[in-house]
Design a protein. Structure first.
Length: 133
């Protein structure tokens, strides 16, 4: 601490840095009809409470699972919005995912494979393309 004339004037607090491992994440993915998606590419996007993107990663969906691996930019005990994008399906999201140490398994809402032009919304052209041979 800080002393003056041998008298302690200011004591310094001791602290110890705690380094947390980055959490990992696995997204479980199913189609609207309950079948597992497989052999498709998806992209996970994670947004903070201000809707700023803090993490983004593409990966292969295998047997209904998208293994994201280590997730950076998140803190423990805080809500994050997790969005999954898959070609020709409408985007799905989980509103409040709170990450914990270790592996985090996020069960995503069921995918609706009707976005034929992959613009992220259901439009008349998607409906028309659905019935075109």
């Amino acid at each position: 601490g800080l002393t003056e004339n041998g008298i302690l004037q200011l004591a310094l607090a001791q602290w110890q840095a705690i380094v947390d491992e980055q959490p990992t994440m696995v997204a479980e993915v199913q189609s609207l009809f309950g079948t597992e998606l497989s052999d498709q590419e998806g992209q996970i996007q994670i947004f903070d409470e201000n809707s700023d993107i803090v993490f983004r990663k593409k990966g292969a969906i295998v047997d209904g699972v998208l293994s994201v691996g280590k997730v950076s930019g998140v803190t423990f005990g805080t809500c994050f919005r997790v969005v999954l994008l898959v070609d020709q399906s409408l985007p799905v999201q989980k509103e409040c995912v709170q990450f914990t140490e270790g592996e985090n398994i996020v069960e995503m809402p069921r995918m609706l494979p009707v976005d034929r032009n992959s613009d992220g919304k259901l439009t008349l052209s998607d409906v028309m393309n659905r019935f075109t041979l």
